[in-house]
Design a binder for this molecule. Structure first.
Ligand code: MLT
Length: 267
C-alpha cells in the first residue's frame, strides 16, 4: 500500500509523490498524459526491497500546475527538491518512461552526482524537429479549446500493444482513466515543455552511471531498434526488450519490468 505525500515546493507550489517501502530509493517518473498510477505494479511489488517514490509531474496527479509555462529542466529541479526531502539527501536510482525519460536525462545533466543509476524506459534522447514541435503546439491548443480527451485521444491507440488491449482490459481502462484526468492547461503545458526539450544525442557517451535502457517489443513511439542503437552509445549500459509490451512496459508486463529493475539495482 503506497502513501500519498504532498510537499510545499520552493515557490509555494505543491509537489506530490506516492511512496512505499524501505531500502535503496528508486524514483519513478511517469509518461504523458498519464500519472503515478502507471507505476502501480512497481509501487506494490518492488516496495518489499526498495523505497519506491512515484513522482507526480506538475498538473498531473496531486501536484499543482501553478505557472502554465515550465521546462523539463524545471521538472528535474522538482525531482531534486523531492530527493533532498524524501531520500535524506542520499543518492537515488532514477527511472523515467517516455516523457519521464526526457526528465531523467535532464536530471542527469543537472545532478549526475546524485545518481546511483538510470533506467530509461520506452523513451528517446532526441529533441523534436519542427514538424514534431508544431504537432505539440497543435495538441496544446486543441486541449485548451476542446478539452484534454479531445486532444490526447489519438494517442490512446498507440500506447498499448494489441495483446495488452485484448488480454488486459483493466490496464486499458486504467490508461484511459489517466488520460481523461488532467486539466487542459496541464496537457498544454506538458506539450509545450516537451517541444522545447534538449537533445541529448551528443551527450550519451558522457553518461557515466550504470544505465538500463528498456524498450517494449511492440512500441511504435520509441521503437526497440532505435532504443538499441542509442543505448549502445552509453558506456556503462545494458539494453533489454520487454516482450508482450507496447509503450507502457511497466504496466503491460510488470513482472518482466520489475525483474529487470531488481537485477539492475541488485536490491
Ligand atoms: C509519453 O509517453 O510520455 C509521450 O509519448 C512522450 C511524447 O509525447 O514524446
Amino acid at each position: 500500500m503506497s502513501n500519498s505525500i504532498q510537499i510545499l515546493g520552493p515557490r509555494g507550489n505543491t509537489l506530490a509523490v506516492h511512496a512505499a517501502g524501505e531500502g535503496p530509493t528508486l524514483f519513478l517518473l511517469h509518461g504523458f498524459p498519464l500519472d503515478y498510477r502507471m507505476w502501480q505494479n512497481q509501487l506494490s511489488d518492488l516496495c518489499s526491497r526498495m523505497h519506491v517514490v512515484a513522482v507526480h509531474f506538475r498538473g498531473f496527479g496531486c501536484a499543482s500546475l501553478d505557472e502554465t509555462q515550465y521546462t523539463l529542466a524545471d521538472l528535474a529541479q522538482d525531482v531534486e527538491f523531492l530527493r533532498q526531502h524524501l531520500a535524506a539527501n542520499e543518492k537515488i536510482w532514477l527511472a523515467g518512461l517516455s516523457m519521464g525519460g526526457y526528465v531523467a536525462f535532464e536530471y542527469w545533466r543537472q545532478c549526475a552526482s546524485h545518481l546511483h543509476g538510470l533506467i530509461l524506459s520506452n523513451t528517446k534522447p532526441t529533441g523534436d524537429n519542427d514538424e514534431a514541435k508544431a504537432n505539440r503546439r497543435a495538441m496544446a491548443e486543441k486541449a485548451l479549446k476542446s478539452g484534454s480527451w479531445a486532444a490526447v485521444e489519438p494517442m490512446f491507440g498507440k500506447l498499448l500493444a494489441e495483446q495488452t488491449v485484448a488480454s488486459k482490459p483493466d490496464v486499458a481502462a486504467l490508461v484511459k482513466t489517466m488520460m481523461v484526468t488532467p486539466d487542459p492547461k496541464s496537457v498544454a503545458a506538458a506539450q509545450n515543455a516537451m517541444a522545447e526539450r534538449r537533445d541529448f544525442t551528443e551527450q550519451l557517451s558522457a553518461i557515466q552511471c550504470p544505465t538500463l535502457v528498456i524498450a517494449g517489443e511492440s512500441d511504435p513511439i520509441a521503437p526497440a531498434e532505435d532504443c538499441r542503437k542509442w543505448a549502445s552509445q552509453i558506456p556503462n549500459s545494458r539494453f533489454e526488450v520487454i516482450p508482450a509490451s507496447g509503450h507502457l512496459s511497466p504496466l503491460e508486463n510488470p513482472d518482466a519490468f520489475n525483474q529487470l529493475v531488481l537485477s539492475f539495482v541488485k536490491a
